[in-house]
Design a binder for this molecule. Structure first.
Ligand code: ATP
Ligand code: MG
Length: 249
């Protein structure tokens, strides 16, 4: 029995002369927050795009819950339980907040497609949407247009869309980017809550956030994983200090 939910095996992708991801092997365990850190251009976002199927690997394999997903489309991978957020916003701006969640739920569960003609199904759909909105604290904004939300609230809505997919893993690429301190703190607290739902692979530059959320950390440099370890191992690691934190002390 393996403890991993996502297994990346020898994954590689280059862009002309740049080796963005080179022989990356990584396992994300059930119940863990796994942070992916590294300097700009290290290959973090490329790795997320390979996992979600927005880019195709040159070679290597990806397994979700022991099933190979390396050649599935992004939609098929999402159906199988990969929830991704923040590279391209998943929000539809001229829909209300609750309509955004209903749409995500219909996408996940095709049984909901009849909600327009079936009153009971519509009620069930609405109830489920509110369950998720309450989880992120957006229930009071349910009927407002998504476009009217603040920056921080939009992040919450994106997280809400992700959790409403009931995924096997969350992938977040710099979820705090562009947020002020207060909104970042709210998102951090939300992550501490939703990590109980599914493991998280988190790309984040802010080390305080990484160290307060992550169970394990992998460090990428020039497309390669240079070390994976617990937060305290990473804090002590000399190579990490040199490459990433810019100091050996
Ligand atoms: N579509 C593309 N075409 C050409 N080169 C690309 C493309 N996407 C990424 N790269 C290059 O691949 C390397 C890795 O980029 P990537 O965006 O994965 O880095 P990153 O670790 O996410 O960086 P950052 O912290 O700045 O977001 C960089 O050298 C980048 O310029
Ligand atoms: Mg990036």
């Amino acid at each position: 029995m393996t403890n991993s939910i996502l297994k990346i095996d020898n994954l590689s992708k280059g862009f002309h002369a740049v080796r963005a991801c080179e022989n990356i092997s990584l396992e994300i365990n059930k119940n863990e927050v796994h942070a992916l850190i590294g300097p700009n251009g290290a290959g973090k976002s490329t790795l997320i795009k390979l996992i979600t199927g927005f880019l195709e690997q040159e070679y290597g394999k990806i397994f979700l819950d022991n099933q190979e997903i390396s050649f599935l489309t992004p939609e098929e991978r999402a159906q199988k339980g990969i929830a991704r957020s923040f590279q391209v916003s998943s929000i539809i701006n001229n829909f209300s907040v609750v309509q955004n969640i209903k749409l995500a739920l219909i996408g996940k569960n095709k049984n909901y497609l009849d909600f327009l003609t079936n009153i009971n199904l519509n009620k069930k759909l609405l109830k489920e949407a509110f369950y998720y909105l309450e989880e992120v604290g957006l229930n009071k904004k349910a009927n407002e247009l998504a476009s009217s939300l603040s920056h921080g609230e939009k992040r919450k809505l994106e997280i809400c869309i992700a959790i409403s997919m009931a995924p096997k893993i969350f992938l977040f690429d710099e979820p705090m980017a562009g947020l002020d301190g207060e909104s970042s703190e709210l998102i951090l607290q939300l992550f501490k809550k939703i990590k109980k739902r599914a493991p998280i692979l988190l790309i984040e530059h802010d080390m305080d956030t990484v160290f307060s959320l992550a169970d394990r950390v992998s460090v990428l440099d020039y497309g390669k994983v240079i070390v994976t370890g617990t937060v305290s191992e990473i804090k002590k690691n000399k190579t990490v200090k040199k490459v990433y934190l810019g100091t050996e002390h």
